[in-house]
Design a protein around this ligand. Sequence first.
Ligand SMILES: *Cc1c(COP(=O)(O)O)cnc(C)c1O
Length: 468
Amino acid sequence: MKSFLEPFRIKTVESIRVTSREEREEILKKAFYNTFLIPAENVLIDLLTDSGTSAMSAKQWAALMDGDESYAGARSYYKFEKVVKDIFGFKYILPVHQGRAAERILFTMVLSKIDSSGRYINDGQGKYIPSNNHFDTTRANIEFNGAEAIDLVIEEGKKPDVVHPFKGNMDIEKLKRFIKEKGCENIPICMLTITNNTGGGQPVSMENIREVSKICKENRIPFFLDACRFAENAYFIKTREKGYENKSIIEICNEMFSYADGCTMSAKKDAFANIGGFIAMNDDDWYIKCRNLLIITEGYITYGGLAGRDMDAIAQGLIEILDENYLKYRIESTKYIGEMLLENDIPIIRPVGGHAIYIDAKTFLPHIPANQFPAHSLTCELYLTGGIRAVEIGSVMFGKYDENGNMIPADMELVRLAIPRRVYTKSHFDYLVDILKEIKKYKDKIKGYKIIEEPKFLRHFTAKFSPI
Ligand SMILES: *Cc1c(COP(=O)(O)O)cnc(C)c1O
C-alpha cells in the first residue's frame, strides 16, 4: 500500500512564496552557493533540517499560554521534569536552550579538571570519546575541548546500499578493542546516538544498547545516549526487533534509557518543540558540576535558557511523540519518499531512516570528484530546479586536510532531505520526487564547486563557494 494516513488535520497554514528559476539563480549566487545562507522565505520546501521546524499541535499552543515564567521553581519546570522523568527515568534533569548546550556542558565537565580554587582547567588532550557516529555539534564540542571524537559504527552502517535493520549499531568488537588499546582511563565517557543521524537516521537495536552498556560498565566508563530521536528509534525497535512487537513505545523508551547513565537531548527533534533541550543523568557529582556550568551560561536550574512556556510546549510534545499512530505515519511517509526515489533509480541510503532521506551523491554524480563536492552540487541543483533546500553531509561537512593541505574526503557524499514533523503533505513529497526526476535527466552536465572562504570549525554553516 502506497498511501498513508496523516493522523492530523491542518488548522493553521503558512503561505509559501513561489519563486522562478531565474530568481533562484540570483538568490543562490548572493548566498555564495551555500544553501545555509539563503533567507528561508526564498525556499519553497525547506528540508534543511527537522530541527525546531515541527508544527506544534493545538494542545502545545494551548500549553504555551499556561506557561509560568517564574525565575525559580516555575510550575512549567515541574510539569516538564515529570514528563521527562516518566519517559527517560534519570534522577536529574537540567533544561537547556538546545541540544548542543547539553553537549557543551557535558563535555566541558568530563574533559576538565577542577583546581584547588574551583577553576575549570581543560584536560581534554589524549582523551577519546567513542560513539556509533557523533553528530557534527557533538564532535565539535569534543574537539573544542581538546579530545578526539571516535566513530565506531558497524561496517554495514558505512555502506549506502547494504540493507540492515539496525545500521546505527555500534561495532561491539571495535569498541572492545578500542577500549583495550586506549585504556579506559583515557575514555571519560561513551556515547551512542539514537537514531544515528550522521549515519543516515539509522536505528540502534535494544540488544546493541544493552551490549554497549555492559561493556561500559565492565570498564567503568559512563554511558550516555544522544537521545534526539529516541521515539523514532523506539518505533524501529518495536517493528524490527524480536520480542518488542507487543511493547508500548513508552515501555521501549524506559528500557532503552535504563541502560544509560544519562542522555543529552534536543527537544527540537522528537519533542515537537521549536527550541529547547535537556541533559539528564543519575550521578550526584556530575549533576553538581553540570549545574554550575548551566548557571554560568544557560540560566538557573529550573529554566536553563528557556522560557517557562517553552518547557510546557516540550512536555506536551513529549507526550504526543509517543503516539504510535503518529510514529507509524512518520516512518511510513519517509519510507514513501525513499521508495519513490528508488523506483526512479535515484540512489539513496537503504533502508530509509526515520527523519530523513539521504541521496548517495557519489553514485548519482560519479563524474564529480570528492574535492569538488558532489553532494554540495546536488544540493545547489535541488534549490535551482525546485526551490528545495537540503543539506550536504559529505566532504564539506566532514572533509579534513592533511599536513600538505590536501583534502581527506568523508566516507560518504550524501544529500540529506530532512523531513520536518507534521509540516509537509504527500503532495509536497510528490513534487520533491518529480524535481529529482527532472535533475536526473541532465545530471551528467552538473558541475562541481570549490570553497573560496571557510572558517576553521563547522565550515559547512558559513563557507562560501563558487561553481567550477
Ligand atoms: C540536532 C542534534 C544535536 C544538537 O542539537 P541542537 O538542538 O541542534 O543543538 C545533537 N545530536 C544529534 C543526533 C542531533 O540530531
